[in-house]
Design a protein around this ligand. Structure first.
Ligand code: 4VN
Length: 325
């Protein structure tokens, strides 16, 4: 058996910090409203770097810190809903920038669940024995697709990237249990980046290409469907909720994390949180939290920690992986 293992984690965010007070100067909002309802204080907003630039910085750190020869990387998966372009993929751009000449590379589109879906895929690629070493990144320049005239959504998001290096050196399974879900029927409540039809044969422009979100519907989805998914994954794993060391959930809103902890009967302290500094960075939020936690010494990558990773968002998509870190 080839057990996959996460051997490195890294993150990178644009330098430019935008506070709630900064936003209140360009739209009708204020720090009290944003902070009390979301837990967000700051977000990092790109002043020029695109998604592949952020992802490349993360991959370069992973390569440098591990000392691995870039030519020995077998695959690069970038989870993003804000690619530089559809073709080439963001992952292909990164592959070129880091000299991973033997890696196949592609993007995976699953919004805020993208990192968890991509990690699930990567674990199979390695544990099957087909590949030895790969990289999974969550990277977004969400500020590109924000509707800056909509104060109800513009305040929620930020830019950033993070990811992990995996290889087949594990002595135990990386994923103890997982459950990935999609409900396309509810996809209309979180939309962005339509591709309009403008051809000699037809012209159809969809209403609005920027982000639109039915906030209440998504909030209710997060509170109703996601804890059930975590519970079901815990049951598959034969672990009790309290046997998990840390819960790293998508950083959309701290009020949602409060409700989820309560529903699962888990002490809120086990739900790590950094949206106060980064806002909601979509596919990047879980790996940024993971990388920052390692950097801050909350846990290390020595195989001794049991962690729940749960993403939820556009698609709708949601999913949990319980992992040995
Ligand atoms: C998952 C979630 C959200 C999200 C949804 C609603 C929401 C975040 C609505 C009520 C509002 C405060 C903000 Cl749960 C977004 C995504 C997209 O990544 C994924 N905040 N809010 C209020 O009035 O309290």
């Amino acid at each position: 058996m080839n057990f996959a293992k996460i051997t490195q984690a890294a993150h990178y965010v644009p330098e430019n910090v935008v506070s709630n007070d900064d936003l209140s100067k360009i739209m009708d909002t204020n720090n009290e409203w944003i902070y009390s309802r979301t837990g967000i204080k700051n977000r990092h907003i790109s002043t020029g770097e695109n998604t592949s630039d952020l992802a490349t910085k993360v991959v370069k750190q992973l390569i440098e810190n591990s000392g691995v020869d870039p030519e020995l990387i077998d695959f690069i998966i970038v989870a993003t809903v804000t690619p530089d372009s559809m073709m080439p993929s963001t992952a292909a751009r990164v592959q070129a920038q880091v000299g991973a000449t033997n890696a196949f590379a592609y993007d995976l589109t699953a919004a805020c669940s993208g990192f968890v879906f991509a990690l699930s895929t990567a674990e199979k690629l390695i544990s099957s024995g087909a590949y030895q070493r790969g990289i999974v990144i969550g990277a977004e320049v969400f500020s590109k697709v924000i509707d800056w005239s909509d104060r109800s959504t513009a305040v929620l998001f930020g830019d950033g990237a993070a990811g992990v290096l995996l290889d087949n050196s594990g002595s135990q399974p990386l994923i103890i249990a997982e459950k990935m879900q999609t409900d396309g029927k509810r996809g209309g409540s979180l939309l962005s980046s339509y591709a309009d039809i403008q051809t000699p044969f037809a012209s159809v422009s969809y209403e609005g290409s920027n982000l639109s979100m039915e906030g209440r519907a998504i909030f209710d989805f997060a509170v109703r469907d996601v804890p059930k998914n975590i519970q079901a994954t815990l049951e598959k794993s034969d672990l009790a909720a309290e046997e998990i060391d840390y819960y790293l959930l998508h950083q959309a809103n701290s009020r949602i994390l409060d409700k989820m902890a309560k529903k699962l009967g888990v002490t809120r302290n086990k739900f790590l949180q950094n949206m106060q500094e980064y806002g909601n960075t979509s596919a990047a939020s879980i790996p940024i939290l993971l990388s920052e936690s390692v950097k801050n010494g909350i846990f290390s990558l020595d195989g001794q920690t049991k962690v729940v990773l749960t993403g939820f968002g556009g698609g709708l998509t949601w999913g949990t992986a319980i992992i040995n870190l």
